[in-house]
Design a binder for this molecule. Structure first.
Ligand SMILES: [Zn+2]
Length: 409
């Protein structure tokens, strides 16, 4: 490929290919001249790389833009159906899996009960995942598997700590990858949700936003400058374990009075049982039902949670100054009972010049979390070539995609 500006360097070639592919994924349909201008590459380099992507059938000509005289410019776009990725959200009582195409469009979804406790938990997990993946049709090819898990994932050591699932120092990606024989990525589930919002959702045109999740726990994904902020060691975003009540109730993390102990579902259920609203068999669905029926104590429980959450989110906004806050998670199903209290507390506690930062509620949809996990794989198709061996292995799988029939080059 002598037309590469630096044909002698495979590394530069990979960098160019990744950058060009990323532009087509995130900004397509886009003209070659626009790609060259934006990335500061020579037209010859862009033409060589895009010809390769066209030949492989992972990029196609979308349309020919009208032009004044001369040849109309070709606009290039991703062929979403050329390959696929699998994403899984691991919850304390079940796992939810999706297969998506290269544009993160849902193809299939799966759900199975799962008990994360005990010695055989990871074997049971890999068995279920193996069953799901073996059932998939071979076309389009599967590039890899992403797992979203509540907890802290340290990318430097590859270890996961999840107090919610009772896992400590677990090398989850490595174990599952060995069992499945596919590249496997792991990250905090709220981070995966925020990445999915950034690449394919509400955050597409927003460089700085927060994803706050409520439900069994309270989570936070911080997107700054267009990318996830992980902190040193991957621990950023443990918003649920900021202290809301001095010397409050014991939290799953071992501390007292964390935000989760007043806002997360288990705290609301415990309070409702204390008041005799729920028996030991009834859970959060019944509490929402009572609120819907107008039961005043049930309404008050959600109202108080909304107040605590509104205050805490105002503090987050005061510290981080985002453009937008998204609230997601299964807990948003109760938003009609906690939203007013949230808004009042947020407005009271946000620093006045930041009072215009909008808070939007994302309706609960579990497949979004699993799609977020799949984006760990999709993202690595255009990540920097030196990020890790797994990313390279995903890109190699993508490059091996057979040319699709009828592709117009
Ligand atoms: Zn805690």
């Amino acid at each position: 490929m002598s037309s590469y500006r630096t044909a002698s360097s495979g590394h530069t070639r990979d960098l160019n290919r990744s950058a060009i592919f990323r532009m087509i994924v995130t900004a397509g349909p886009i003209a070659r001249t626009q790609i060259a201008k934006t990335l500061g590459l020579s037209p010859a380099t862009v033409t060589a790389v895009t010809r390769e992507l066209l030949d492989q059938g992972i990029v196609r000509v979308a349309e020919r833009a009208p032009s004044k005289g001369g040849r109309p410019a070709l606009l290039l776009e991703l062929v979403g159906g050329a390959a696929s990725a699998f994403g899984v959200k691991i919850a304390p009582d079940h796992i939810f899996g999706v297969r998506v195409d290269l544009e993160a469009q849902l193809m299939q979804h799966y759900e199975a009960p799962f008990d994360p406790s005990g010695d055989g938990a990871i074997e049971r997990l890999t068995e279920t995942l193996g069953d799901w993946i073996r059932q998939l049709p071979g076309d389009p090819p599967l590039l890899g598997v992403g797992l979203g898990v509540a907890g802290v994932f340290d990318g430097r050591t590859g270890t996961l700590d999840s107090p919610l699932l009772g896992w400590r120092g677990l090398k989850l990606a490595q174990v599952v990858q060995e069992a499945l024989g596919l590249p496997v990525f792991v990250d905090n589930d709220v981070n995966t949700l925020a990445v999915a919002e950034r690449l394919y959702g509400r955050g597409h045109d927003v460089e700085n936003f927060l994803t706050v999740t409520i439900g069994r726990g309270v989570g936070l994904g911080i997107v700054t400058g267009g990318d996830i902020y992980r902190g040193f060691g991957g621990g950023a975003g443990e918003f649920g374990h900021t202290t809301a009540v001095a010397d409050g109730a014991l939290c799953t993390c071992g501390k007292h009075g964390c935000l989760e102990t007043v806002v997360a579902d288990p705290a609301l259920i415990a309070e409702a049982r204390r008041l005799g609203l729920l028996d030991e068999q009834q859970g959060i669905e019944r509490l929402r039902e009572l609120a819907r029926e107008g039961q005043l104590q049930a309404r008050q429980i959600f109202h108080d949670a909304g107040t605590q959450l509104g205050r805490a989110v105002a503090d987050l906004v005061n510290v981080l100054g985002p453009e937008l806050v998204l609230v997601s998670g299964e807990g948003t199903q109760a938003w009609s009972y906690l939203g007013d209290a949230f808004a009042a507390a947020y407005e009271t506690n946000v620093f006045p010049p930041l009072g215009t930062v909008p808070v939007e509620v994302d309706p609960w949809d579990e497949s979004k979390w699993a799609i977020g996990a799949a984006t760990l794989v999709l993202r690595s198709t255009f990540g920097a070539p030196l990020d890790n061996d797994k990313g390279e292995s995903v890109r190699a799988r993508l490059e091996a995609v057979a040319p699709a029939a009828g592709v117009v080059a």
